[in-house]
Structure formats: C-alpha cells, structure tokens
Design a protein around this ligand. Structure first.
Ligand code: EPU
Length: 424
C-alpha cells in the first residue's frame, strides 16, 4: 500500500505551476472520435484518468501516440468497434463520454452503465434524454446501454439540471447530426467552452458555449485539429486554498483567473490577500482565517470540486462556517476523516456546520475520493504532527506530480510504500 505522509506546521512560499485541466481533457479526448483526421492535443496532464480514457479509445481502434512532451496525437480514422470493453469503462464515469461521439460516428454504441460512486448515485438520465431527442434508440439491459441511430437529427433539448457530462455528450453527438440542436439550461463550465473550441477547431459549428443556451449546427464531417487544453482551475484553486490554510506567500502560475473568480472571492472573504498578477494568482495569508458560508453551485457558482478543500481550511477558521452542497447528494465523505483530526463538524441535511477549532492533530485517514483526498492534505498542512493518508490512488486521478509540486512550495509531504499493508 502507498500512503502520503504530510507533516504540518510549515508556511508555504514560492511558485507552483498548474497542469492542463483533467475535466477538459477527458471530453476532448472523447471528442477526437468525431474526426476522421489526426488530432494533436497539448498540455495533457499525466494522470490515471487520462490513461483510462486513452485506453478506452485505443480499444475501439484509435491510434494513439505521443512525442513525449505532454501531448497526444490521436487518429480515429478507422474505428474498429463501437463497444469499448467494460474493464476500462467501469474504471471511470467519464468513459461514458464516448457514447455521443460513437453514436455520431458509427450510429451505434454499446457501453456498460457507469456505476454510482463515492460522491452520489450520479445518474445518466439527462445524457440519454438528449441523445433520444436527437433520434437515438436506447435499450438498457444487464447493466449495458445500447444506443443506435440510423441518423441523428438536430433537436431542442432542455436539461432539468445543467449537467456538465450531459451537455458534453449531447454537444458532441449534435456536432455531426443533421440540422441544428439547441441545448437549454446547458452547463456553463469553462471545460464546456474548451470542448466547443476543440469541436470548432475540427470544423464544427458550436455557438454560445459558456452561456446556458448552446446552439450546434451539425456538419457531415469533422477534420483533425490542434488544441491546447486550458489550465486546471480546480488544481489551481486547491493550491490557493493550501496557501490560505498553511499561511505564506504563493504564486499559482498557469491559470485563467476568470475561471477562479468564485474561489478567489470566497478566499478573500476569509481575510486572505489575493492578487491577480501577470504570471498568475498570488495568495498571501497568515494562516487561520475568518469563518464564511459557502454554497456549491454549477459554474459560475462555487465549484463542488473545491468544497472538500474549502471545508478543510474552514475547520480552523475563527468562528462557525456553513458549507452547503447542492450539486451532489453525498459529497461529505471527508467529514468523518476531518473529525478524526480534531475538527468540529456537524452534518445537517445538505449542509455541514463547521465550528472552527484552534488546531487539528495529525492522524491516519483515508481519501474516499479525489477532492476528499486533497482536503486531507490541506488538513494535514495545518495539523500538529503527521497525517498519514491512504487510498491515494484517488488523488493520483487528478493531481499531476503532486509531491514534487507541493515540495517546491515548502510542503513537507512524502509518498511511502508499505509493502506489508493492504488496502481495505
Ligand atoms: N445528473 C443527473 N442526471 C444526469 C447527469 C447528472 O441527475 O444525467 C446529476 C448528478 O447526479 C449530479 C449533478 O447532476 O448530482 C451534476 O452532475 P454532472 O453531470 O454535472 O457531473 P459530471 O459531468 O458527472 C463533472 C466533473 C466532476 C464535477 C461535476 C460537477 C468531469 C469528468 N467530471 O462530472 O468532477 O464534480 O462535473 O461540476 O468533468 C472531479 O473532478 O473531482 C469531479 C468529480
């Protein structure tokens, strides 16, 4: 078993560079299936989730290569199957993003149903509602979803919730449908805009991405394109919260500060000094901040993917904070682990009431999901003594070179292998 060992008490100082965005690159790799030509993608983070989606597309005939410089060259000219193997699909929910492109390209896709996960049941009804509106016939049996369509025809789709994945799947399928599709109440996340830019680079016609109404005029063919992925706003926000919690002076580089407005606004409310500089966002903090209330919402609201990290920071704030989760039904798995470290948190429905304590103490804890894992590192930074985090494969899904990057700004963090211990 591998663990991360964090020793608390150090102030953070220096520069830390953000990688390409995981949640942009996953749909973009899926969208490369739409093109008959070669796609060159730059700023690809080396992450377990990126490996998984790459295996998924390889398994259906995409030729994948790299020049070894954070890039991927993908050629989906000859697809050999519309049925990616279950072993890869079940590893990651985002694998389901190949459904829309496969349907558009081959008129058929057979994919195992993505399971629930540690942050909630995460249904796919809105993906299927959109694909059905475009003319797909959908059959579900024995945990497999089979989608077929002789041809896809543009339509009007209203999403009951602005789901990121549903918006992406529908956008990709619609980009090669006949006629125009309008997605109403679409997700507005920056990753949606990045995907739309990639599709348009391939010759697609997607308008309005970044607003809640997206219009897609279908085209018969898409060609290969070059694309550089946007920086990861959640990774950036995580480092900003680390600097706020531990105290110090950190410049977070390679960011689009517009994407970080919600995080910057809430951190400033806690008393941290945030400056937008030419080369990044600078965070200066004395450590313990003021309590604040935080409510997660779809973009441009405060991101659910930063909720756990923010809560970890607020465990030692002066006063009582209320953290409300509205995007996922069950994203408080980190609370029990934070309690083991001495925090005072009570869950009331969709809210967590966090009474700030003057100090946390290091403890053995478990990462239940990616962002919960990041939250435990933040708690470890402000805790007395050592925090041992297990199940760190979750953290590897979304933070590239984490130990090296954090060590560079003064975090005392080590990765250790425990050959005699097994993951429970
Ligand atoms: N939902 C439905 N029906 C659907 C789809 C979603 O009810 O058909 C519900 C979900 O159950 C959830 C809410 O809508 O309650 C939001 O889900 P959404 O579809 O927006 O999320 P996603 O596309 O599955 C992406 C990110 C997540 C991030 C969410 C919300 C990727 C690969 N994943 O997931 O990222 O939390 O959007 O912003 O883009 C992470 O990086 O740690 C992560 C979990």
């Amino acid at each position: 078993m591998e663990k991360l060992i964090v020793t608390g008490g150090t102030k953070l100082e220096g520069r830390i560079k953000v990688s390409g965005a995981k949640n942009a690159v996953l749909p973009i790799i899926a969208a490369s299936l739409l093109a008959e030509g070669e796609c060159h993608l730059q700023d690809i983070p080396q992450l377990a989730d990126v490996d998984t989606i790459t295996q998924v597309i390889k398994s259906i005939g995409v030729k994948v290569s790299t020049t070894g410089n954070k890039d991927l060259v993908l050629n989906a000219g000859e697809l050999t199957s519309s049925e990616p193997p279950e072993e890869w699909v079940r590893k990651m929910r985002a694998s389901f993003l190949v459904m829309g492109p496969l349907l558009a390209r081959l008129g058929h896709a057979r994919i195992s149903m993505p399971g629930g996960c540690n942050i909630g049941s995460r249904p796919i009804d809105l993906h299927l509602k959109g694909l059905t509106a475009l003319g797909a016939d959908i059959q579900m049996s024995h945990g497999i979803i089979e989608c077929s369509a002789k041809k896809l025809v543009g339509s009007r789709v209203y999403l009951d919730f602005p789901s990121v994945g549903a918006t992406e799947n529908i956008m990709m399928a619609a980009s090669r449908a006949e006629g125009t599709t309008v997605i109403e109440n679409a997700a507005e996340e920056p990753e949606i805009v990045d995907l739309a830019n990639f599709i348009n680079g391939m010759g697609g016609r997607v308008y309005g991405a970044g607003t809640n109404i997206i219009r897609i005029e279908g085209v018969p063919r898409l060609k290969g394109a070059n694309h550089t992925v946007i920086p990861d706003r959640i990774e950036a926000g995580t480092y900003m919260i680390m600097a706020a919690a531990a105290g110090g002076d950190v410049l977070v580089e390679n960011v689009i500060s517009d994407h970080l407005k919600p995080a910057m606004a809430k951190l400033a409310e806690t008393g941290v000094t945030i400056d937008e500089e030419d080369s990044g966002v600078r965070v200066r903090s004395r450590g313990r901040g003021d309590a604040i209330d935080v409510k997660t919402l779809p973009y441009p609201g405060f991101p659910t993917d930063m909720q756990a990290q923010m809560m970890a920071y607020l465990t030692t704030a002066r006063g009582t904070s209320v953290v409300t989760e509205t995007v996922f039904e069950n994203r408080f798995m980190h609370v029990n682990e934070l309690r083991r470290m001495g925090s005072n948190i009570v869950i009331e429905g969709h809210s967590a009431v966090v009474k700030g304590v003057s100090r946390l103490t290091g403890a053995p804890v478990k990462a239940s999901d990616l962002r919960a894992g990041a939250a435990l590192i933040i708690a470890g930074l402000v805790a007395e003594g050592k925090t041992e985090i297990c199940s760190i494969h979750h953290i590897d899904r979304g933070y590239e070179d984490l130990v090296v990057k954090l060590t560079g700004i003064g975090v005392d963090i080590k990765r250790k292998v425990y050959p005699d211990e097994v993951e429970k």
